[in-house]
Design a protein around this ligand. Structure first.
Ligand code: CTP
Ligand code: MN
Ligand code: MN
Ligand code: MN
Length: 393
């Protein structure tokens, strides 16, 4: 019998941008369970449910110690009946039947495997599943037409599933830096995304590129990409040009969280640690041979002994921003995704402002608010500054 008075009750603000969420998660079993249900909802075109589970998981990530009983959760925000049921199940029975059922379901497993291919989203995976495709092998046998991104994704499937380490992120940072200053002296790169929040691994590496003189960054991305390509660093790239200035649609639109920066989604060819520093060379015939033999997908048996790996494929995102929008881009691309979503919700609902990765618009004053640092943006929003390491909602 637990004395109610001895049970620690938690208190947590309802907006994630009012909380400090470090990577020190005291409830990983509960948050993993809720995140899995969020992922399943997102893959099933149920975004509303997805966000609800993400918010519930984020509240638990912010707790200072492990939850031992549901009475502790009384009064906490964002915990709906469904999430509470899952939490109760785990606390009382050690597992949630819904989570276990989802994990085992053929549909979820197929959606996961297929959307784990770079370039494949939920819509495409759904269509393939309806055609009876549940595995990579079935996909390859099916004769489905794959676009360039999906072909690259399939080819580098095993590599891209491996988490990227901080050391690999730093090595790629050095390469990108060399590329950027070679084509535009004075240009600067900043590590963004999960690694800026202090994560030790990631699914990719994200960089923001700018130049201290407004306008000098125009046309930079194609030059950076050409440089990287000429040095043999890119296995795949798709560059999207800046559409912010062309699209004269006024203030940031809360309806869309896609921004309009010039960006590049790429797959890097990163040399193994012991080979880094020596100049990257063209594919050797041995590499090409290994590449063809590589991958469980083709079921071709063990790799030849001579085909030792000398490099791996790594997903890299590059974004270019003019210096006048840099602080907004930095804030918008550091994440986490839920933290970003909550910042925009706070801005819109509590401050009558529209926040994007480009700008902050004050609807009451009818003007844009300029900022040169993240701190300034938090101040405009009436928020205490939360450093990147505490944005892991
Ligand atoms: N982002 C974005 N538009 C996209 C993709 C990402 O604005 N089309 C932003 C996200 O909001 C996030 C940041 O870019 O703030 C990084 O996204 P991503 O690399 O997907 O996530 P990470 O937090 O870096 O996590 P991971 O370690 O898994 O890469
Ligand atoms: Mn702690
Ligand atoms: Mn990332
Ligand atoms: Mn990314």
């Amino acid at each position: 019998q637990i004395d109610e008075a001895e049970v620690v009750a938690f208190s947590v603000p309802s907006y994630a941008c009012l909380r400090r969420t470090t990577l020190d998660n005291h409830n990983p079993v509960l948050t993993d369970a809720l995140s899995l249900l969020a992922e399943n909802a997102e893959l099933s075109d149920e975004d509303g449910r997805g966000v609800a589970f993400r918010r519930a998981a984020a509240v638990l990530k912010a707790l200072p110690e492990p939850v031992t009983g549901v009475t502790q959760l009384r009064g906490l925000p964002c915990l709906g009946g469904h999430s509470l049921r899952v939490i109760r199940d785990i606390l009382e029975n050690g597992a949630s039947s819904e989570v276990e059922f989802t994990k085992q379901s053929e549909r979820f497993k197929a959606l996961k495997v297929l959307t784990d291919i770079f370039g494949v989203g939920a819509k495409t995976a759904e269509r393939w599943i309806r055609d009876g495709i549940h595995s990579l092998h079935q996909l390859q046998e099916s004769g489905q037409t794959l676009n360039r991104a999906q072909q690259a994704g399939l080819e580098h499937y095993d590599d891209l599933k491996q988490p990227v380490t901080k050391a690999e992120a730093d090595a790629i940072g050095e390469i990108v830096e060399e590329a950027v200053v070679s084509v535009l002296p004075g240009a600067q790169i900043t590590l963004i995304g999960g690694f800026r929040r202090g994560k030790l691994t990631g699914h990719d590496v994200d960089f923001l590129i700018t130049h201290p003189e407004e306008g000098r960054e125009v046309g930079l991305m194609p030059k950076v990409v050409s440089w990287l390509e000429s040095q043999g660093f890119l296995l795949y790239q798709k560059t999207t040009r800046n559409s912010y200035l062309e699209a004269k649609d006024g203030p940031a639109r809360p309806a869309s969280n896609m921004d309009r920066f010039e960006r590049c989604f790429s797959i890097f060819k990163l040399a193994d640690a012991e080979k880094r520093g020596t100049k990257q060379t063209e594919n050797t015939p041995e590499d090409t041979c290994r590449l063809a033999a590589h991958s469980q997908v083709t079921d071709e048996g063990p790799k030849p002994a001579s085909g030792h790996r000398r490099w791996r494929a790594v997903r890299v995102d590059l974004v270019v921003s003019p210096i006048s929008q840099f602080a907004f881009a930095l804030l918008g691309w550091t994440g986490s995704k839920l933290f970003e979503r909550e910042l925009r919700r706070w801005a819109g609902h509590e401050k009558a402002m529209s926040l994007s990765s480009h700008a902050l618009y004050d609807n009451k004053q009818g003007r844009y608010l300029k900022a040169t640092s993240e701190e300034e943006i938090f101040t405009y929003l009436g928020l205490e500054y939360i450093p990147p390491s505490e944005r892991n909602a």
